[in-house]
Design a binder for this molecule. Structure first.
Ligand SMILES: Cc1cc2nc3c(=O)[nH]c(=O)nc-3n(C[C@H](O)[C@H](O)[C@H](O)COP(=O)(O)OP(=O)(O)OC[C@H]3O[C@@H](n4cnc5c(N)ncnc54)[C@H](O)[C@@H]3O)c2cc1C
Ligand code: SF4
Length: 528
């Protein structure tokens, strides 16, 4: 490795900033050890992985970023044997175009699934092998993030702020907070994460991010600057007890796909790297055992289990085990944030000894409050979500090419907020921030957000929850648009806006949305 990593510089000073709704803020008297970044460097993850990719390619690794894995392949006896890449050349109605090219099967004795948070193939593998059996469910936050170029001299490079409070309420039930990392050349990385287990049906991570930026502490820093990039992403935060079994016949899970994130520090990169290294060791042993074979068989469960043992014997386990009940502490209602802070604080201080045992967790969508108690015997039960496969998206697109008949009432049963803020000064509406994300998708392809049954959206969901998808999507993909006659509304999927955060796959109250890999396109993470 003769090239220097693309560091922005060392993290020089951490401060916890307590933000109040009235516009005030103060430095917390102490910065808890979990927030300390001593010895750490700040850098863009996107630049870092590009740097790593160059080194890997020089060493002979083939990287194909243009071909998403679209489907898991199995042997007849149920082992993972690889992945199929996405078919190319299917139109928006699910029909093959002249340019159609079927996906390619990529097979291997061992497949390592590292798709990040809420991986779509990972999700199907977890279900097929029942990898969550006996574990807590996984829960998530959504983080909205921007990189800004600000006027010179506003903040010293290397300064790190961790913010608590506004716009999240100290007496509320949302877990989350913000960060400001001062990069070199007067750039700052700013962001806010908020938990998706909030009871609020109109929870809108992008709106909260916008309110956070309007706090004078942020606003004074950003005014006169310009946004370089926007992005949003979910984070799996359940911790050790929410890990699915990360090995199965023929495959293992690494990084966020498994859930290796330390939420006391909002850090997962080091754990993703460590799990990747251990998976590589396990894979090497599998390959070694097949050296010289012409058609090597996929690994058995016994052959992938050593990956688990390697994890248990590494510092990754020690780190996550010490904070195994941290995030669960915040799911107590009411006053989840306050109660969580007390319990989680004791948990960290006792090195995980208290509270003992395993605190339970509820899935994110379970606690969403209904806006009306109305029920209707004609409402259908929600169907099972469609499997995450590109061909499913094509089938659903084909079945809807003549439109959907059901229509939601023109007005929700109770007045609800607008689903996006207006662009003004340092805040931007969702569509403008999509522009800042650089996200682009070919329009003539099936929508990669597969809603299993839109009648549910137009009937039950409108009445019971007020269509939360309009709020939780940080890119304005889900829109309850007026019908041409103005008599009602229907769900419109502006799928080309999608920034691939996976929030919809997680927080939909009926669990009927499946995010599948699009044929092509997505956000430009450059600089994030
Ligand atoms: C807002 C936010 C801030 C964070 N801040 C920090 C921080 O400061 N420090 C820290 O250590 N951690 C931080 N994290 C967590 C950290 O980003 C993750 O833990 C880490 O990136 C996980 O790495 P990964 O390789 O598992 O997944 P990712 O980094 O998400 O990479 C997965 C990759 O796989 C691709 N992919 C997904 N599905 C497919 C498919 N089917 N086929 C092909 N490719 C696919 C994705 O596009 C992506 O490029 C933060 C997370 C968020 C959301
Ligand atoms: S459609 Fe889903 S994955 Fe895409 S930006 Fe919206 S919430 Fe995120």
């Amino acid at each position: 490795m003769d090239k220097e990593p693309p560091f922005d510089g060392p993290a020089l000073h951490d401060e916890v900033r307590v933000m109040f709704g009235g516009g005030g803020s103060m430095a917390a008297p102490i910065t808890p050890p979990t927030f300390h970044n001593d010895g750490n460097h700040i850098m863009s993850l996107n630049r870092f992985v590009k740097w790593l990719a160059e080194i890997a390619e020089e060493m002979g690794v083939m990287i194909t970023p243009d071909f998403p894995g679209a489907e898991v392949l199995y042997t007849e006896d149920g082992r993972v044997r690889g992945v199929r890449t996405a078919d190319k050349g299917i139109d928006k109605d699910g029909q093959e175009k002249d340019s159609f090219e079927p996906g390619t099967d990529i097979t291997a004795p061992i497949t390592i699934l590292g798709e990040g948070s809420r991986g779509s193939l990972t999700k199907t593998a977890i279900e097929k092998f029942d990898l969550r059996k006996g574990r807590n469910p996984q829960i998530y936050s959504t983080g909205c993030k921007e990189v800004w170029k600000i006027p010179e001299g506003r903040i010293r490079a290397g300064q790190v702020y961790h913010t608590v409070g506004h716009p999240l309420k100290f007496t509320g039930n949302e877990f989350g907070g913000g960060w400001i990392y001062a990069l070199k050349d007067d750039h700052v990385s700013i962001g806010l994460v908020v938990s998706l287990d909030s009871p609020d049906p109109t929870l809108d991570p992008h709106r909260l991010f916008s309110e956070w930026k309007q706090h004078p502490f942020l606003a004074k820093m950003l005014e006169g600057g310009e946004v370089v990039r926007y992005g949003a992403k979910t984070i799996p935060e359940g911790g050790w007890f929410s890990l699915p079994r990360p090995y199965m016949p023929g495959a293992v899970l690494v990084g966020d796909s498994a859930g290796f994130v330390n939420m006391t520090r909002l850090k997962g990169i080091h754990l993703a790297m460590k799990s990747g290294m251990l998976a590589a060791e396990a894979a090497f042993e599998v390959l070694l055992a097949r050296a010289g074979q012409e058609e090597p068989e996929p690994a058995s469960l016994e052959e992938t289990r050593p990956y688990w043992h390697k994890l248990l014997n590494s510092w990754l386990f020690d780190e996550l085990w010490r904070v195994r009940n941290f995030r669960q502490a915040f799911q107590k209602r009411p006053f989840g944030f306050l109660r969580g802070n007390v319990t989680a604080g004791l948990h960290v201080m006792t090195g995980g000894l208290w509270p003992p045992g395993r605190l339970p967790l509820e899935e994110d969508h379970h606690g969403i409050r209904k806006i009306s108690s109305k029920t209707d015997p004609s409402w259908k039960a929600p169907p099972k979500a469609k499997p995450a496969a590109v061909r499913t998206a094509a089938e659903v697109a084909a079945s809807r090419k003549d439109g959907v008949k059901s229509v939601a009432p023109a007005q929700p049963p109770v007045p609800l907020p607008e689903p996006t803020v207006k662009s003004e000064g340092i805040v931007f509406d969702k569509v403008t921030d999509v522009y800042h994300s650089g996200s682009v998708h070919e329009e003539d392809q099936p929508a990669h957000l597969v809603v299993a049954d839109m009648d549910i959206c137009h009937t039950r969901c409108t009445e019971e929850y007020g269509n939360p998808c309009q709020y939780f999507c940080p890119a304005g993909v889900y829109e309850m648009a007026n019908t041409d006659d103005g008599q009602g509304r229907q769900l419109r999927l502006n799928f080309s806006n999608c920034v691939h955060c996976k929030t919809c796959d997680i927080r939909d109250p009926y669990q009927i949305i499946t995010w599948v890999t699009p044929e092509s396109g997505g956000p430009v993470y450059a600089g994030l």
